[in-house]
Write a protein that binds this ligand. Structure first.
Ligand code: FAD
Ligand code: EPU
Length: 339
């Protein structure tokens, strides 16, 4: 079956089968069926963070378990969300119900079930700022487990789900907590221009939507958002780099080290608009690679390798892909694929 509608790079790849699960029992049953057929399984939301390098021989399982349940006490709202709710719909739903918190995370593509995996973040806010727990099903035995936020080991574009639980689990729900003592987060980019004393969650939501629509590619252009993570470097290296390039955007981290803008590094290599086959570095934001026509996964990967090698050559920094690479049998090591 065609995977083109299920990956935002819009790559014309195929899977043996695509199946949709609307509840936990279905998910577990479909997984067992795949095992009986001796096929690998790939859980997918909207495919906005994956790069298919070739056709996938297994079953793609779309997790569409829905439902939003809200409870509250004097201090907070507690929102239990099915993995199959679209993230931006959840943001809109909470803002419409006067539950503030997610406004900075508006317009991030994908499903709620995928959000904890890389601890989605934008404009100074991350999922971990609200996440109370993540419910998973271990697919080899059908057991349901609730992981606390602490157990999820959230980090910048990272969580336990990228490490310990790799192939045999599905996220089925996410629990969020929103304090009733709301404080706007206005420390990123153009949000700094807003007046913290006269701002509403709705105005931040609208501003974030406008900024994202101006900066990010129209969804008709195949892409997966930032292709690489912003690198974390130690303070000594950062000081040396800043001496040579004082205009590098950088963000000192509370736990030591400095995060620097990978988009700026690629931009400084003059790679904006650089094209390889049908893959290109996006003109308006160098951290985004796009499919300009009928690109295949290996063209995108070849361009990514070129960009990564170029940046390493100029700045001695090796960028790490944020996007997950999927081969014929399942996920493959992205750095290995670019080496
Ligand atoms: P998919 O791409 O479908 O899956 C991602 C990974 O999670 C895969 O490995 C998949 O196997 C696994 N997976 C999916 N669902 C489940 C499940 N239920 N259980 C277990 N494993 C599962 N990200 C940000 O953090 N911040 C941004 O600002 C941002 N902006 C973006 C802008 C654009 C234009 C695009 C295209 C992407 C952007 N992203 C951003 C990346 C992407 O939106 C997020 O990573 C998102 O959470 C991916 O959701 P998805 O449902 O599409 O996941
Ligand atoms: N920059 C350039 N040239 C470029 C791109 C960026 O000079 O071509 C500079 C910008 O001027 C800015 C800095 O780099 O000073 C950072 O750029 P931007 O604000 O666009 O953010 P980013 O670091 O490139 C990150 C996330 C995005 C998220 C935005 C907003 C990562 C890998 N990416 O991008 O997330 O939306 O911040 O918070 O952390 C994603 O993960 O897919 C994604 C889009």
């Amino acid at each position: 079956m065609r995977l083109k509608p299920f990956n935002t790079f819009s790559l014309n790849v195929y899977a043996h089968r695509v199946a949709t699960a609307h509840n936990e029992a279905q998910l577990f049953m479909l997984w067992k069926q795949a095992l009986q057929m001796n096929r690998p399984v790939l859980l997918l939301g909207s495919g906005s963070n994956v790069l298919f390098l070739e056709n996938y021989t297994g079953i793609v399982l779309l997790n569409r378990i829905k439902g939003i349940v809200i409870q509250e006490d004097a201090e907070a709202w507690y929102v239990h969300v099915g993995a199959g709710e679209l993230w931006h719909d959840l943001v809109t739903y909470t803002i419409n119900r006067q539950i503030p918190g997610l406004e900075n995370l508006a317009l991030i593509p994908g499903y709620t079930g995928s959000a904890p995996i890389q601890n989605i973040g934008a404009y100074g806010v991350e999922l971990q700022d609200f996440c109370k727990y993540v419910d998973i099903i271990q697919l080899d035995n059908g057991k349901k487990i609730r992981l606390s936020a602490l157990e999820c080991q959230f980090g910048y574009r990272d969580s336990i789900f990228k490490h310990n639980y790799r192939d045999n689990y599905a996220i089925v729900a996410v629990g969020l907590r929103f304090s009733k003592f709301w404080r706007p987060v206005l420390n990123y980019g153009e949000l700094r221009l807003l007046n913290p004393h006269h701002i509403t969650p709705r105005q931040i939501f609208d501003t974030v939507c406008t900024m994202r629509r101006n900066k990010l590619p129209n969804p008709k252009i195949g892409n997966a958002g930032s292709f690489f993570k912003n690198p974390l470097i130690d303070t000594k290296t950062a000081t040396q780099l800043l001496t040579c390039y004082p205009d590098i955007p950088y963000y000192p981290q509370t736990n030591g080290g400095v995060k620097i803008a990978a988009g700026w590094l690629i931009d400084r290599c003059k790679l904006k608009g650089y094209q390889f086959g049908n893959a290109a570095v996006y003109e308006k934001q160098a951290l985004i690679l796009i499919n300009v026509g009928h690109a295949n996964g290996s063209e995108i990967a070849t361009l990514a390798k070129y960009v990564r090698d170029y940046v390493a050559d100029k700045f001695a920094i090796w960028l790490e892909p944020e996007v997950r690479f999927i081969g014929a049998e399942g996920e493959v090591d992205a750095i290995g694929a670019l080496s």
